[in-house]
Design a protein around this ligand. Sequence first.
Ligand code: URA
Length: 206
Amino acid sequence: MEITYNKTSNNDKKVELDKIKKKCLSCQKCPLGKTRTKLVFSSGNPNSKMMLIGEAPGYWEDVKGEPFVGKAGQLLDKIFASVGLSRENDVYICNTLKCRPPDNRDPLPEEKEACREHLDAQLNIIKPQIILLCGRVAVQSMLDTNLGITKIRGKWFDGPNGCKMMPIFHPSYLLRNDSREKGSPKWLMWQDIQEIKRVYDTIKSE
Ligand code: URA
């Protein structure tokens, strides 16, 4: 997959993102544009060098129009905070789909395809140096692999325009797996977020 970043200054980013958001608000490329309550475009800092891509809005995201604000989102905030990162300042957060699939079912291939242009537009404006692929759906959108998340989480992959991408567990998976023992999903997430912070600090000071 080829994404070619255009040059966009920090000041232009908000204007450009607002244009894409407007496009999403009137998008009817798939039926989810009719069934959603609110568009869930993004949150966080568009000037951050790190972007997180999740799956799709759930119930609370659809109600509030913001990504990762339900239980999974609260856990995500804690994971970032555990290494001194904040969602407001250190990461730009969005999803593979901008509208909620009914009953939180998995996004359909045609929905992912229809929404792809919006994700690519966000990537082109944000120009992240680190992309966190949060869960299976985000991994499948950005990486050409059939390997499960358990096999590839915590590894760095080459992303568009020289950026680094790391698959990480989705927080809703962590909510279903309570153990913190060595080797458990939560323990692995703790290893991954420390590695993410280490690399984030190096690019932040560049
Ligand atoms: N899960 C996601 O993948 N994204 C959200 O915004 C909320 C829950």
